[in-house]
Design a binder for this molecule. Sequence first.
Ligand SMILES: Cc1cc2nc3c(=O)[nH]c(=O)nc-3n(C[C@H](O)[C@H](O)[C@H](O)COP(=O)(O)OP(=O)(O)OC[C@H]3O[C@@H](n4cnc5c(N)ncnc54)[C@H](O)[C@@H]3O)c2cc1C
Length: 335
Amino acid sequence: MDKSLYKNIFVFIEQRENVIQPVALELLGKATELATVLQEKVIAVFPGHQIASQAQMLIEYGADEVICVDAPELKDYMTEPYAQAIDQVINKYKPSIMLFGATTIGRDLAPRLSARLETGLTADCTKLEISEERELLMTRPAFGGNLMATIICSEHRPQMSTVRPGVMQRIERTSGRKGDIISFQPKFDGAKCKVRLIENVKKQKTKIDITEAKILISGGRGVGNQDGFDQLQKLADTLHAEVSASRAVVDAGVVPHDRQVGQTGKTVRPDLYIAAGISGAIQHLAGMEESDYIIAINKDKFAPIFNTSDLGIVGDVNKIVPILTERLSQELANR
Ligand SMILES: Cc1cc2nc3c(=O)[nH]c(=O)nc-3n(C[C@H](O)[C@H](O)[C@H](O)COP(=O)(O)OP(=O)(O)OC[C@H]3O[C@@H](n4cnc5c(N)ncnc54)[C@H](O)[C@@H]3O)c2cc1C
């Protein structure tokens, strides 16, 4: 393979119902950083239907070019049409790096493409850098999160990676930034599209996704049962926050999996993260250590969570949380 034929960093722009997903902007931010080192361009690959009006926004968030892959077949995500379309884009433009969000869609599409393109894929990366040899260094937790593995894809191109939502940071939007918007018309082999989308049935959402919450009150085994979590919910209501959890309580069935923070849960980066009765296992830290301000409440003053906290409270969470809730309610009512 002649690697010199491949250049530029491509970012898969995921949209759902024509709404660009936050992870796409986070990846553009990271790609901008990598492109500065490589002296290459950031190119957004934007599939969907009637999406062109949003392309300028991608330029304002760091893309130098946007390839709009507009077709009715790409309105809603379906594995085969998307794989066919993005495969054609990659074969035509030959990117050196291609990044995807590690969302349900990215996790479905990226492996399919890497197999078609006969290249490697590193899933669930938490860090991306460029080596002195201009290779992409893709770092992800390995062996149950006990060590970080840095993987390179030196023999094949493009170098492909999925990155979890919330791990990278978007750059500040620059209104009016200039860039090229290109239209790409894919050809579809209908015979290979065996699946038909009949209807989109949305799961009723009553709560805000924990990755979007500004304040998270997270409970662990130390909070114990449902009564303990009801107390956390009261504190969350007072602070207009959301409740999340460690895997221990998710596995115990006290909290649903979509509220789990950590390596096998979600990566969060709130302004404030309160870890109540959580020990601070490495797999939990992997999902929350980038939070702006961390408060830990734990009865064990040697609990590892205190090493990652900005403020530590040593004591019984079941006594401290009701007191905190009451004091904060009074404080907020007096404002
Ligand atoms: C491959 C793999 C993936 C994993 N992924 C995740 C993941 O995504 N997220 C995750 O969270 N974990 C994950 N884990 C599990 C992780 O290793 C820990 O087992 C888990 O995080 C522990 O949860 P915990 O802190 O709630 O419980 P524990 O480790 O049991 O800690 C409970 C803490 O509560 C304190 N405590 C007890 N009672 C009180 C009280 N009354 N007041 C105050 N403090 C009290 C204790 O001192 C202790 O520190 C994963 C593990 C593996 C192997």
